[in-house]
Ligand binder design. Structure first.
Ligand SMILES: C[S@@+](CC[C@H](N)C(=O)[O-])C[C@H]1O[C@@H](n2cnc3c(N)ncnc32)[C@H](O)[C@@H]1O
Length: 235
């Protein structure tokens, strides 16, 4: 390595979070072209159907989806929205978003917007900013699918989701939970880069009203948890 390059690297402060985010972005950028083959929609179909049904979406409503990935979920949302309202898809990887954009273009969807950002930026400041171009937008529902098992500070991410959700809006989470160490768990961690033993449903049960969880998907490995933001919390 050249001397100047080494000096630059030494000077650059090491930020563990920034490094993890860069690694994750690179990983999914590389995977993006093969993602729909490696992780086909058919594998998660039952869980996705249940998750989107739990959102209780009505025509004209706004749903926030993080991480949107390649947009496999779009057709499920459209089954309820029928092209009305808005779907806001957020993801860290520009190449995963390009794949999602292909689905938008090929299906002629006009109610979907995509944003390239870290989930940590989804907070009240983000919503305020979003409302500058989309006045009066309220987030009626949030779906976080296959995200929280990999996100840093996942409890804070849930708090941020609740801060942007309208009072009594629905938060739905679909993810892996394999609390006991297993070969299957190691494989899922290896493919997705996340953790499979985070107590996500149990934490959600303390934060949401009308909490429900179904652990019956993908041979008991995948759960769909849902509930309502307590009415006392502002948006
Ligand atoms: C396993 S994929 C799931 C995508 C989609 N929800 C699905 O079910 O197909 C995980 C996604 O999380 C995104 N991601 C990882 N870290 C992120 C972060 N900090 N902020 C936003 N998105 C992130 C990746 O780019 C990738 O698209």
């Amino acid at each position: 390595m050249k001397r100047e390059k080494l000096e630059k690297l030494k000077k650059k402060p090491m930020d563990k979070n920034t490094d993890r985010i860069a690694l994750s972005r690179n990983y999914y950028n590389k995977l993006s072209r093969f993602f729909d083959y490696i992780s086909p929609d058919s594998y998660y179909r039952k869980a996705r159907k249940a998750a989107v049904s739990s959102l209780d979406l009505q025509e004209g409503q706004t749903v926030l989806n993080v991480p949107v990935g390649t947009g496999q979920i779009f057709k499920y949302f459209q089954g309820y929205l029928h092209g009305t309202g808005q779907i806001i898809g957020v993801d860290l990887s520009e190449d995963m978003l390009s794949e999602a954009f292909e689905k938008i273009a090929s299906n002629g969807y006009s109610n979907i917007s995509l944003e390239e950002r870290d989930v940590a930026e989804i907070n009240t400041a983000w919503l305020e900013d979003f409302r500058k171009n989309n006045p009066d937008t309220q987030i009626d529902a949030i779906l976080c699918d296959l995200g929280l098992s990999g996100f840093e500070d996942w409890e804070q991410v849930i708090q941020n989701f609740l801060s942007v959700l309208k009072p009594e809006g629905r938060l739905v989470v679909m993810d892996w939970e394999l609390p006991e160490p297993s070969l299957r768990g190691e494989f899922i961690k290896w493919i997705g880069g996340g953790e499979v033993d985070r107590p996500i449903p149990s934490y959600l049960s303390t934060q949401l009203e009308q909490f429900e969880v179904d652990h019956s998907f993908n041979r008991g490995g995948v759960f769909v948890a849902s509930g309502i933001k307590p009415s006392g919390m502002g948006s």
